[in-house]
Design a protein around this ligand. Structure first.
Ligand code: SF4
Length: 702
């Protein structure tokens, strides 16, 4: 929608899963002018520091401008031909599972859809995974166990309608700042209580009524104890539980076996009994409770069980599907949800369908596909292990930087170095991953792309272009479609534009659905190009003949075969990695307020970089003193997989025995502070999500 000179074009912020609307237009010198979109329901005109600095990040310098093969600039025709020919040759020799795509929550839904269709429907492998595996895979697995589908029940307004908001493993103030602003505004108006459950005293914890700095890996014990307290206190919603759920007895038995009383919870969580009693009292005494959870829950070897421990408490009390109530996952990335919707994870097929026989047949008929993948593919960590040992001989990486962001990053780099064919679709001319690519394909960036994204409360929004593409950069859906046609599937990949891709995606979501699957946007199947262009933010499900959804499960019907929500018996397990004399500290990793991922975009803004110019490792004063470390000095952080160098930051908000290091820096910015190199490949057994927050480590003077 053109809003006229001085107002800008309506688009969506490319950073966190809040999904704020932005009004943007080209400015002088390659810069842009941005402001919050007052009409977007996620932010109503607000932007955080990262969003408001977007205009500083759109300069074309440093961009990848032309296709490159083996170091030589080529035209698109040669590049597409080479990708198709080399992939086909490897598939012919070694079979479909010898190739893989590694995607990104930065991709638009249309890009994701075409990538998934090409690999899972036509190449015939499910080796499509994404950096969203590092972001919210544990939530996906937990949702499916509890609800029978990967469904976020609530909407953002619930944070404003709640009387108690519990934030678990979420530094909302820095990682979803506009949502935090909305929460604080609601709190000022209605006195919302806020509890933060996080080992660190974060900016979010500073604002809380109660902060529980629990020991690492003890969230399940805390929520199992809460489940028991609620049941013993007569807070079980018998009508809801008996009619709409199963599994209560098993969940209570597991909780009882783990933490029979609050003293056991206190022991497991390393918290005072009084603090736990206060939290339990607040939760028990407040009907309208929203429990928000994010990477502190997801990025754990027990992430899926932790998600279910949280959901159990809401199912027990029937506090779900009603205003101001429910468990609420907030995603890290702008389109982690959109990727899930098209099947961007290796354990999904498409449109929230799995690899059951009926879904495989349905997708085969819809795509008229020659060979639909029939089993799950390799999840991110396993995928790059397979690259390393030669099972996967070709990998196409799009819009992400696994050479620094995946666990055991040095191993990933070595794997890419050995790989027969690495293709990278990228906006930047130099990234850590691009250095390993045989074929480099210039992709569009934010401001140039045209498509849709889905935020954490299921709202689909348009990203619209307002800048001319630099050089020969092309949309990812266009590149993928051209390769699909060059591989021999002309009809299946003959899209006229992103609107055509979106219509097909919408039609697949509705195909033989009839309300049996949660993701259904059938009402958008007939959107004309003009309607797609003008599409206002809309929340799914939105079936044909229906209205866009609000919060879900209001009727107590879930997407399990019997329609009941499931309380899942969960028990905390000992942490996968033990501390040793050599590595006696726990390394926690995470985001800073003003940087995004590996800084390829936010690193362009001097204003954002001023917040934290260098990486710093945060230690408790006693841990620093025991090691003779002074604030501001250089220190070496070592784990069993790697080392990094950072400034010492002494913080009494750190728990003793735990250190924190931000995840953003790469070799492009510092000599050696690649957090991915410090983390091993331990993953959650259900979700495959890496545990990035509890690595045994030591910090010494450099
Ligand atoms: Fe962008 Fe998230 Fe900030 Fe909104 S809160 S402006 S989506 S980074």
């Amino acid at each position: 929608i053109q809003l006229g000179a001085g107002h800008g074009r309506r688009t969506t912020c490319p950073y966190c899963g809040t999904g704020c609307g932005v009004l943007a237009e080209a400015g002088p010198g390659g810069l842009s002018v941005v402001r919050g979109d007052p009409e977007h329901p996620a932010n109503r005109g607000r932007l955080c520091s990262k969003g408001s600095a977007l205009g500083e990040t759109t300069r074309p310098d440093g961009r990848l401008l032309h296709p490159v093969i083996d170091g030589h600039r080529v035209g698109w025709e040669d590049a597409i031909g080479a990708v198709a020919q080399r992939l086909s040759a490897i598939i012919d020799r070694h079979g479909p599972d010898s190739v893989a795509f590694y995607l990104s929550g930065q991709l638009l839904t249309e890009d994701y859809y075409v990538a998934n269709k090409l690999m899972k429907g036509f190449i015939g492998s499910a080796n499509v995974d994404t950096n969203s595996r590092l972001c919210m895979a544990s939530t996906v697995a937990g949702h499916k166990r509890a609800f029978g589908a990967d469904t976020v029940p609530g909407v953002y307004e619930d944070l404003e309608l709640a009387d108690l908001v519990v934030l678990v493993g979420s530094n909302l103030a820095w990682c979803h700042p506009v949502l935090h602003q909305r929460l604080l505004a609601a709190r000022a108006a209605r006195g919302t209580r806020v509890v933060v459950i996080d080992p660190r005293r974060t900016a979010t914890a500073e604002d809380a009524d109660l902060h529980l700095p629990l020991g690492p890996g003890s969230d399940i014990a805390l929520f199992n104890g809460l489940l028991l307290r609620l049941a013993r206190g007569g807070l079980t919603d018998r009508g809801f539980v008996d009619t709409h759920t199963t599994g209560l007895e098993g969940a209570l038995a597991s909780a009882m076996a783990e933490v029979p009383d609050v003293a056991a919870v206190a022991d497991a969580c390393d918290l005072p009994v009084e603090a736990i009693e206060r939290f339990y009292g607040l939760f028990a005494g407040t009907e309208r409770v929203v429990t928000v959870f994010s990477q502190g829950v997801n990025q754990s070897a027990q992430g899926t069980d932790t998600v279910n421990a949280i959901i159990n408490t809401h199912l027990l009390t029937g506090r779900i599907g009603r205003p101001g109530m429910g468990p609420f996952s907030v995603t890290g990335q702008p389109n982690a949800m959109g990727g899930r919707e098209v099947g961007g994870l290796a354990n999904q097929l498409a449109a929230h369908m799995g690899f059951d026989a009926a879904s495989i047949d349905r997708v085969r008929r819809f795509w008229n596909a020659p060979r639909v993948a029939e089993t799950e593919g390799l999840k991110a960590v396993d995928l790059f292990d397979a690259v390393g040992d030669g099972r996967v001989k070709a990998v196409w990486i799009m819009a992400t930087n696994p050479a620094v962001s995946l666990p055991d990053a040095e191993r990933v780099r070595a794997a890419l170095g050995r790989c027969e064919l690495v293709i990278a679709s990228e906006t930047e001319a130099d990234t850590d991953t691009l250095r390993h690519a045989h074929i480099r394909l210039p992709a569009l960036a934010w401001g140039e792309k045209d498509g849709t994204v889905t935020n954490s409360d299921r709202t689909i929004s348009r990203q619209r272009p307002f800048l001319a593409p630099p050089g020969e950069a092309r949309a990812d859906w266009w590149i993928l479609s051209a390769v699909g046609r060059a591989m021999g599937w002309s009809d299946a990949f003959a899209y006229a534009g992103p609107a055509a891709v979106f219509r097909e995606h919408a039609a697949l979501s509705a195909f033989e659905n009839g309300g049996s699957r949660d993701f259904d946007i059938g009402a958008l199947t007939t959107a004309t190009d003009d309607a797609y262009e003008a599409l206002a933010p809309v929340r799914w499900p939105f079936p044909a003949g229906g209205v866009p959804a609000g919060r879900l499960f209001a009727d107590g019907r879930f997407f399990t075969p019997d329609g009941r929500g499931r309380l899942v018996p969960v028990t905390g397990r000992p942490m996968a990695r033990g501390l040793t004399d050599a590595f006696p500290l726990r390394l926690n990793t995470g985001r800073l307020r003003d940087q995004w991922h590996t800084m390829t975009r936010t690193g362009r803004s001097p204003r954002l970089s001023a917040h934290a110019p260098e990486p710093a490792v945060a230690l408790h004063p006693a841990d620093a003193a025991a090691r003779g470390l002074k604030d501001g000095a250089l220190a070496s952080i070592a784990t069993a997989t790697g080392t990094a160098i950072a400034r010492v930051r002494i913080e009494d908000g750190q728990r003793r025995g735990e250190v924190f290091l931000p995840m953003h820096w790469t070799d492009r910015f510092t000599a050696s502070c690649v957090v991915g190199a410090l983390i091993d490949g331990i993953t959650d057994p259900f979700s495959g999500q890496p545990d990035s927050k509890r690595m045994p480590a030591e910090v010494t003077a450099f």
